[in-house]
Design a binder for this molecule. Sequence first.
Ligand code: FRU
Length: 452
Amino acid sequence: MNKKEMMNNFEKHRPIYHFSSKKGWINDPNGLIYHGGYFHLFYQHYPEGVVHGPMHWGHARSKQLIDWEELPIALYPDEKGTIFSGCIVYDQENTSGLGKETAPLVAVFTQNQEKNGLTRQYQSLAYSTDGGMTFEKYAGNPVLDLGLSDFRDPKVFWYPEEKRWIMLAAVLDSIFIFSSKNLREWKKESIYYTGDLEKNEIWECPDLCLFKTREGIQKWVLIVSQNTLDYKKTGVRYFVGKFDGKKFYEENSEEVLWLDFGRDNYAAATFAGIEGRIVQVGWMNCWAYAQKLPEQGFRGSMTIPRELYLLQTPMGLRLGQMPVEEVKEYLNVYRLSEGTLEMDILLGAFLIDIHNGKGKICLSNKKERFMIDIDFDKQYIVVDRSKCGENLGKEFTETKNRNFHISRQRQILLIIDITSVEIFTAGGEVAGSFQYFSKYPFQTIKVQGGTL
Ligand code: FRU
């Protein structure tokens, strides 16, 4: 892309390395699966408008997790409702019987029906026998209906020990766990509930993954997106513990654990079908202001795909994360320490050494700026984006800070892409995703590794 194309791109606020749809609104990533040599990204999509509307599943695929090719819409609303979030599994043994000769990909998703002022949510299926290019809805939909108005975001995975499928779904401030032999008939097994949410505060988009630390400790991690009235308590939260095929048991501290200290990572989901690593993508946005952000015919993007891992820290087990390896080959990586770098447009990956253990990083143009303060000895990081999105409200402009425990590697990695900065530091213990909407592109990055 030449400079002129970049400037045009900037005008449209369209990121280059992050997935965004050609037009319309997007929110949660859905149905993430690696299959047939492609990473498939389905997503909540309203193609006719730039706010949340009657939801569809959009579809994109990539071989590298970064160069996304947008494909035709995968699922359209029908008489049973619009298409809310969910997942896709590869039904290798054709347990569902939906595959005929070919083992199918089965999408499990929420249908949201609004009728006479009442909302009903239930779980439905659609299947694909052409590698996810087209889907047929299951004639027996819905497959799981509890008569509830808040019952959504099924995440399904195969549990080999008991040769059955497990489903997690969010019901207000609880996660319901179900099991099934065939993806069509579901039995309720348990409810996970912490009771620390206020009225009207909810969980959405659950996920449950098995991790192993470098030291060989194996744990299940339950991940939920927490949506609260107090936006400071909104984001992706996780619990480390045990899963016995029926029930999840939390084992970690009293501390509330957040996956990302930025404001812009929500509804994060992990890929099915990847062996040996756990890769997650989030919606790089926040409901508090998502529908107010500047747009030019499209609105919303996804985070950079990240590899998640379980880390032993002095405070116990924590999730760590870094951008997936594939990203490094694609992005220009600039290595910086003390000093100033000027570019036409700040874009790419910036690996910054904070020699003194204490640093200040400032991205700016003549009028606007985005600032990061980090102190590895005191173990904290502060982000201030109040000077690059003034009209977007306090949820957007208030500073964010985070303490951390791992301070050996005095480095910080930034991924900067037209309207966002993603921060990775403290050996992956700290990740922060932040959008910014400056009037003009940032052109300068200044690093002070000395006194603040
Ligand atoms: C999360 C969410 C989900 C729901 C979807 C609707 O952002 O609210 O719970 O399925 O978005 O678009």
